[in-house]
Design a protein around this ligand. Structure first.
Ligand code: G
Ligand code: G
Ligand code: MN
Ligand code: NA
Length: 254
């Protein structure tokens, strides 16, 4: 596993699946969106993306995996829209290879337009590691191109890169996803609490939405709500689940 050949085989044998984790309103726990996460089927086992992350450093594997995920996600969203589910948005994760490939906005637009899914339902999650230092102009242009087509951009794992705040000066983003490491220590570390409170304030003043990630306890949810966060994501609300389970969640029947 984690080997390029394993991911290649999974792609060829149609063993890549899209799982989804809900993003909820902290006050009502209503689902407002989803994050799509790729999984590999291996016999009866479902393997998480963390375990084949190494292979996605290969440009061809990363590109093929993104293409497959986009096709799966776009088809799922079309089904949910056809079912009349008041579905707001889905986040897709993209890799450094995708961002540097030069045509990411076209690839995404083509995938969703093929399923007649309007692009304003799409959020592109760009991980901080993709930025490397201060403002890669290629990444910046890629983000601008996505937004020009009506997609929204989220900075994923926000706070883990040493230039996090600098990005807010140079890159036009719609959403920041506060990294789980800050949420883990929210209730026990004054520094974590201060940083998270500060990020929520900064985001509000910049008209950027925040999604704290990795919420596992009611105490964390309460602290985040008190700090002014409207939304949240984490195991407290739901783990990532397959398409059928996601449909049940969206219909309120889970
Ligand atoms: O879902 P999981 O905990 O396995 O995710 C592990 C890591 O893999 C996370 O950093 C997540 O962002 C990344 N990841 C999950 N799904 C995808 C995907 O479809 N594409 C890319 N590029 N990364 C993904
Ligand atoms: O890097 P990225 O933020 O895309 O990673 C998302 C991954 O984090 C998902 O694969 C998901 O499995 C994992 N995750 C989401 N919520 C929680 C949580 O509450 N606790 C833990 N341990 N992992 C989570
Ligand atoms: Mn993500
Ligand atoms: Na994250």
């Amino acid at each position: 596993l984690g080997d390029i050949r394993d991911v290649d085989a999974a792609l060829r044998e149609d063993r890549i699946e899209a799982y989804y984790q809900p993003i909820v309103r902290l006050d009502t726990r209503e689902i407002v969106g989803l994050e799509a996460l790729c999984r590999m089927r291996l016999g009866d086992e479902i393997v998480s993306a963390a375990r084949f992350h190494e292979a996605t450093k290969d440009v061809h594997v990363a590109t093929a995996l993104t293409a497959r995920m986009l096709a799966l996600v776009a088809a799922d969203v079309r089904r949910w829209l056809e079912m009349g589910i008041p579905f707001q948005h889905v986040g897709v994760n993209v890799s450094s290879a995708d961002m540097h490939g030069g045509a990411l906005d076209r690839v995404l637009a083509a995938a969703f337009e093929r399923e007649q899914v309007p692009l304003d339902h799409v959020i592109v999650e760009v991980t901080e590691a993709v930025y490397m230092g201060d403002g890669d102009p290629i990444v910046q242009r890629a983000i601008e191109a996505l937004r020009a087509r009506g997609m929204r951009v989220a900075l994923d794992d926000f706070g883990t890169g040493f230039a996090s705040l600098t990005h807010l000066l140079t890159v036009p983003v719609d959403i920041i996803k506060i990294d789980k490491s800050f949420i883990d220590r929210l209730a026990t570390s004054n520094a974590s609490k201060a940083i998270v409170d500060g990020l929520i304030q900064i985001a509000r003043k910049l008209d950027i939405k925040v999604v704290p990630e990795g919420i596992e306890t009611e105490e964390q949810a309460r602290l985040l709500q008190a700090a002014g966060s409207v939304l949240g994501q984490g195991y407290l609300f739901s783990k990532p689940v397959d398409r059928q389970a996601t449909t049940a969640l969206l219909l309120g029947r889970a």
